[in-house]
Write a protein that binds this ligand. Structure first.
Ligand code: SF4
Length: 390
């Protein structure tokens, strides 16, 4: 059993049900909830099979989909089974995502009593017109109520998700959302850029020319506004979309321990339809179908759709991409130790070009994107990852 803190593992559970599909979302979920009980039985079976892996976990993240469409008792049973089947280290971070349109104070209190200690609430916006555009099932009033209930239920760690870059959204409209969020004083804020995901209703409307998404300049401006505003109001920007409130003594923060694993090569196991797992050098993912997922587990098999073994080059590219997502950047010594390459020498031309443009900064220990560079994360990373590495 490996118990090195650097490689404690994370456990993710994907609940593949939603009350209604949002206009922009491409996460796997279905609105037909008639299979929930079969899904829960299959999930228990998957836990039994997957727990044979020798890993110790210090985070559990129940996401989706909309986990809060489940009955609170079912959530309690899921968490109970996680503790029964997996090796969970003391004081784990246990996060659950909730949609404000699906919860009551009683539900939230029950989640807390079941062992959830971090609630992530999908607010998206405090403006009614934005919520309508996104196809959300809740109002801003419901969002505020659910945040209040989280505090009443004793949650000391509450994260909010917001979305920016909506077609008609102005800088002021977005700043109002940020100001409302800061006023509420959450421990964590995730601010995601609205993106066009293939196959979504949003994608079809954009393709038909009925919706025009915000351009690169506007998005860059909104990202800069977000970073300026939140870092000026007591939050630490630690990943392109993520901000953690600094503690009173400024000594630590409320970063998401679970999400940090995705950006630092720690192993994670994903359970549920479409969930991904990573145990270096292998990556594998489950069937993206509730029906297939249940069928495989009924046959006593893990519901893995595909598995790939990453080559050294793929792992290096992944390390560059993940490193650039974080504000700390790529750890130069760590990269050298792991892959035997001198990053600054290997990519000297790219680095010089992006530095000149003001997109990249290099310190003695790290190479990171600037705020301007973060707005171009994908294209900058592509320039590095399309290069042959010796
Ligand atoms: S955004 Fe959340 S609630 Fe909306 S469809 Fe996607 S997973 Fe479901």
């Amino acid at each position: 059993m490996n118990t090195d803190p650097e490689i404690y593992a994370g456990l993710y559970i994907h609940i593949p049900f939603c009350e209604k599909k949002c206009f922009y979302c491409d996460f796997y979920s279905v609105t037909d909830r008639s299979r929930i009980s079969h899904f829960l039985a299959a999930l228990k079976k998957e836990m039994q099979l997957a727990s044979r892996v020798s890993l110790a976990f210090d985070t559990l993240y129940i996401g989706g989909g909309t986990p809060s469409v489940l009955e609170a008792d079912d959530v309690a049973r899921i968490i109970g089974n996680v503790f029964k089947y997996f090796k969970i280290l003391p004081e784990p971070e246990v996060t659950m995502e909730v949609n404000p349109g699906t919860v009551t104070l009683k539900d939230i209190t029950n989640y807390r009593n079941s062992g959830v200690n971090r609630l992530n609430i999908g607010i998206q916006s405090f403006h009614a017109e934005n919520l309508r555009f996104l196809g959300r099932i809740h109002t801003a009033e419901q969002a505020l109520l659910s945040i209040g209930w989280a505090r009443q239920a004793g949650f000391a760690n509450v994260g909010l998700d917001l979305i920016y870059g909506l077609p008609a959204q102005t800088q002021n409209n977005w700043l109002e959302d940020l100001a409302r969020a800061v006023e509420i004083n959450p421990e964590h804020l995730s601010c995601y850029m609205l993106t066009r995901e293939s196959g979504t209703p949003l994608d079809k409307e954009v393709a038909a020319g009925r919706i025009r998404l915000a351009g690169e300049e506007t998005l860059r401006g909104l990202l800069e506004t977000t970073i300026d505003y939140l870092t000026g109001n007591g939050f630490l920007h630690y990943e392109v979309s993520n901000f953690a409130r600094l503690t009173e003594d400024d000594c630590s923060t409320w970063k998401s321990r679970h999400n940090l694993k995705y950006w630092s090569f720690a192993p994670y196991i994903g359970l549920g339809p479409s969930a991904h797992s990573f145990i270096e050098p292998a990556r594998y993912w489950n069937h993206k179908s509730v029906r297939n997922y249940i069928r495989q587990l009924r046959d006593g098999k893990l519901p893995i759709a595909e598995k790939e073994k990453l080559t050294r080059e793929q792992l290096l590219m992944e390390a560059i991409y993940l490193g650039f997502r974080t504000t700390k950047g790529i750890d130069l010594a760590g990269l050298k130790e792991k892959f035997g390459i001198d990053f600054l020498k290997q990519f000297d031309e790219n680095i010089a070009d992006f530095k000149k443009e003001g997109y990249l900064k290099v310190t003695k220990t790290h190479c990171a994107l600037t705020v301007q560079g973060m707005a171009l994360l994908d294209s900058i990373t592509a320039a590095f990852t399309n290069q042959d590495v010796a």
